[in-house]
Design a protein. Sequence first.
Length: 120
Amino acid sequence: MDAEERFLLVKEDNGWWELPGGGLDFGESPQEGLRREVAEEMGLTMSNIADHPTYFFTTINHKGVHIANVVYAATFEHLNFTPTPECVEVAFFTAEEVLASEWMYPNVTEFARIYGRRKK
């Protein structure tokens, strides 16, 4: 989250927005996996990742597969990302902006709902 209560999303080359991150390799901690995925997909370095998840929820993804979403508070050294097919753009969104968009994956929309309830 930034100072304006917005969270970072990545835009894939198909036009859809997603939470940064991905799957874990064998033996990785969640923080190690997040750090690796962000470096691979975005070319960014994370300077700090929380010890424990900030949010945990399950969803069904756009392919009909159940997934666990583990969201950590983190700090980036900078946001000068390197475009890849998995990340052509990065931007901060409010929960309201996510819920108003048709270009968000189901887990992003669910996270916005959960995050929005926290603020009430």
